[in-house]
Design a protein around this ligand. Structure first.
Ligand SMILES: NC(=O)c1ccc[n+]([C@@H]2O[C@H](COP(=O)([O-])OP(=O)(O)OC[C@H]3O[C@@H](n4cnc5c(N)ncnc54)[C@H](OP(=O)(O)O)[C@@H]3O)[C@@H](O)[C@H]2O)c1
Length: 285
């Protein structure tokens, strides 16, 4: 079997187009342009690339985006104070933190400080907790991208065996909650999982996000499974995902490539979330 290669760029283009149309409609209704601020601390080459892609996507969708930049040795207190100011600034409709951030700053504290209604990334414990109890408000962009890809491919998640190889706050934990909300059977693997292959080889759907290039080989995959590769690793010969694409595509039913799979859909889903935070702000009584 040769897998269908799912084109993330095409899915993303569709979302971006719909978002731009809705932004245009809401701008003419409220006479307010969506305005998003990203907090960036220190320098990081992958962050720069991601920021550029997102800024570009915002521009095309009619969303204003700006950065608040701090040096790598800025204090946690200073960042918390800035978040506070952005929370109460009526002209700002969404706030993001660009990760990674320096180790002396607690990501949990920053995520908790962002007002839930302006929380574009959906990492605030209020939004996370709401998702956990099945009341999904703003959900993190990468899990949302994975769901969007599955929806696009018309996969009914009810009763599916799904294995996620990642248990971070950004990917695995919120994604597990979203799958449980849709009545899938979910296993979550991480570095202490005794035998990852034993889990993935029985899965109908595998979501992998370890950042280890080529980690998922064909023997990790059941015939006809849907393999979604979230991992991104920069190596000497370019960008790679977790999946050994050439061998796995001969066994899987559907597969997302890297690049051109989950990445562009994540950027598009971040626009969708910006639209939500904007609406939260302008439609507030
Ligand atoms: N495409 C996109 O839009 C997008 C968005 C976000 C992230 N990413 C990519 O996704 C990857 C993960 O991102 P992240 O922020 O979640 O990073 P992270 O916190 O480092 O997560 C890596 C996860 O993989 C697990 N892991 C590592 N080695 C493993 C092994 N040998 N066996 C089983 N599990 C293993 C880790 O387990 P432990 O926690 O137990 O160490 C952890 O849960 C990165 O490559 C990142 O660049 C892509």
């Amino acid at each position: 079997m040769t897998a269908k290669i799912v084109d993330g760029r095409k899915i993303a283009e569709n979302i971006r187009k719909k978002t731009a149309e809705e932004v245009e409609y809401l701008k003419s209704k409220y006479k307010i342009t969506p305005n998003i601020t990203t907090i960036k601390i220190g320098e990081d080459s992958s962050s720069e690339l991601y920021l550029r892609l997102r800024d570009n996507a915002c521009k095309k969708a009619g969303i204003m985006s700006s950065h608040l930049e701090f040096s790598k040795d800025v204090s946690e207190g200073k960042i918390l104070q800035s978040i506070d100011e952005l929370n109460s600034n009526k002209d700002v409709h969404g706030i993001l933190i660009q990760f990674p951030i320096p180790k002396h700053i607690s990501s949990n504290k920053l995520m908790s400080a962002i007002a839930p209604k302006k929380d574009v990334e959906g990492f605030n414990p209020y939004n996370m907790g709401k998702a956990l109890i099945g009341d999904e408000r703003i959900v993190p962009c990468t899990p949302l991208a994975v769901l969007t890809i599955l929806e696009h491919e018309k996969i009914n998640l009810k009763g599916k065996e799904i294995v996620i190889v990642n248990h971070s706050t950004v990917v695995g934990k919120p994604l597990a909650a979203l799958f449980l909300n849709r009545n899938a059977t979910v296993s979550v693997c991480h570095v202490f999982t005794k035998d990852v292959k034993q889990h993935t080889s029985k899965a109908d759907i595998i979501i992998t996000a370890t950042g280890l290039p080529g980690f998922i080989t064909e023997d990790y995959v059941k015939n006809g499974a849907f393999v979604i590769d979230v991992g991104i690793a920069e190596t000497e010969d370019g960008i790679h995902g977790d999946v050994n694409f050439d061998s796995v595509k001969e066994k899987a039913g559907k597969i997302t490539p890297v690049p051109g799979g989950v990445g562009p859909v994540t950027v598009a889903c971040s626009l969708k979330n910006m639209l939500k935070t904007y609406k939260n702000c302008v439609e507030e009584k």
